[in-house]
Design a protein around this ligand. Structure first.
Ligand code: NAI
Length: 302
């Protein structure tokens, strides 16, 4: 069986000083990738940045195992930080082939207690933090006609979670980013996919019981991410869920719906079950296809 390799590939992993990012970085490096280990070494809620220790430790681990890596300590939540993370890859290794936007924090509160700063900080790290790193890399990827991108969502982003209105909203925004990067990157052999992981880390250490966490090592998620950023991967714009050895695909689908000529409020009320029936639900690859197909259905029925 041939091994999936990353020789001559340069990967940037954000938030790679611990948890999932560390596991992604170690796995890619063990298969030949040159890795930029980014982590600003902050606290779980994003306060108290500045420690270089976390990224350095992972770089040391990679080097001790015979791999190549450099550390970067910028926060992903500023554009200058994102640019510098990509510059670190170019300066050290000459290019960037892979970006795994993984850095993340939590500021959980019930929606009615959420403060503006908790909303803004979560969006700054997860949404803008993905943009800040991916855009400078995407420009280089277009020029070299090659790129592999991962954004990190959450099952909270896919399905919602009590106390995570800010986090789940930010995580859902990343689905839109990957869907559009799929379209804009296609011509340049740039693939962008989404991972929805579940793993034991400092973000989840008090969310799940120890017996469950033991079965959810980050190392069970990284092979999925590594495949998706490999040259062999040809899928793009898809969402994969992974944890504890389980791997699945999630998708946004739309019901066959109902055509309601002369539509009224009452017609919507009377057809709400038919509108909502997901039998034969469809997945669309872009916004234009969805609108065209729905208009064609309405026109055919009228
Ligand atoms: P973690 O806390 O172990 O790792 C996140 C890393 O990001 C930390 O090392 C932190 O220092 C770094 N970071 C935070 N803000 C940063 C910034 N502005 N710039 C650079 N680095 C920054 O947590 P974990 O669980 O490994 O999370 C990784 C990603 O996976 C996050 O995006 C998280 O939201 C997501 N996720 C994790 C799940 C899980 O079950 N662990 C579930 C769903 C999503």
């Amino acid at each position: 069986m041939s091994e999936v390799r990353f020789d001559d590939r340069v990967a940037v992993v954000t938030g790679a000083g611990g948890g999932l990012g560390r596991a992604h970085a170690l796995l890619l490096a063990s298969r030949g990738a040159k890795v930029v280990v980014n982590d600003l070494g902050g606290a779980r809620d994003g306060d108290g940045a500045g420690g270089s220790n976390m990224a350095d430790k992972v770089v040391d681990e990679i080097k001790a195992a015979g791999g190549e890596a450099v550390a970067n300590y910028d926060g992903v939540d500023t554009y200058a930080g994102g640019e510098n993370i990509i510059k670190t890859a170019v300066d050290a290794f000459g290019k960037v082939d892979i970006v795994i936007a993984n850095a993340g924090i939590l500021r959980d509160r019930a929606f009615h207690n959420l403060e503006e700063a908790d909303w803004d900080k979560i969006f700054a790290v997860h949404v803008k933090g993905s943009f800040d790193v991916i855009q400078p890399a995407f420009r280089l990827m277009r020029q070299q006609n090659y790129g592999r991108i991962i954004v990190t969502t959450s099952n909270a982003g896919l399905y919602g979670n009590f106390g995570q209105a800010n986090y789940s909203s930010a995580k859902t925004a990343l689905l839109g980013l990957a869907s559009t990067l799929e379209l804009e990157g296609a011509k340049y052999n740039i693939k962008a996919n989404v991972i929805a992981p579940v793993a034991a880390s400092r973000l989840t250490e008090d969310v799940m019981p120890p017996a469950v966490l033991e079965k959810l090592l980050p190392e069970f998620v990284s092979p999925v991410v590594a495949y998706l950023v490999s040259e062999e991967c040809q899928v793009s714009g898809n969402i994969f869920t992974a944890g504890g050895g389980y791997v699945g695909r999630a998708a946004i689908v739309e019901s066959k719906g109902a055509v309601l000529p002369g539509i009224t409020i009452e017609a919507v009320r009377d057809n709400i079950d038919k509108i909502s029936d997901m039998t034969g639900a469809e997945e669309f690859s872009n916004a234009f296809d969805e609108v065209s197909k729905r208009l064609a259905t309405a026109t055919a029925a009228s």
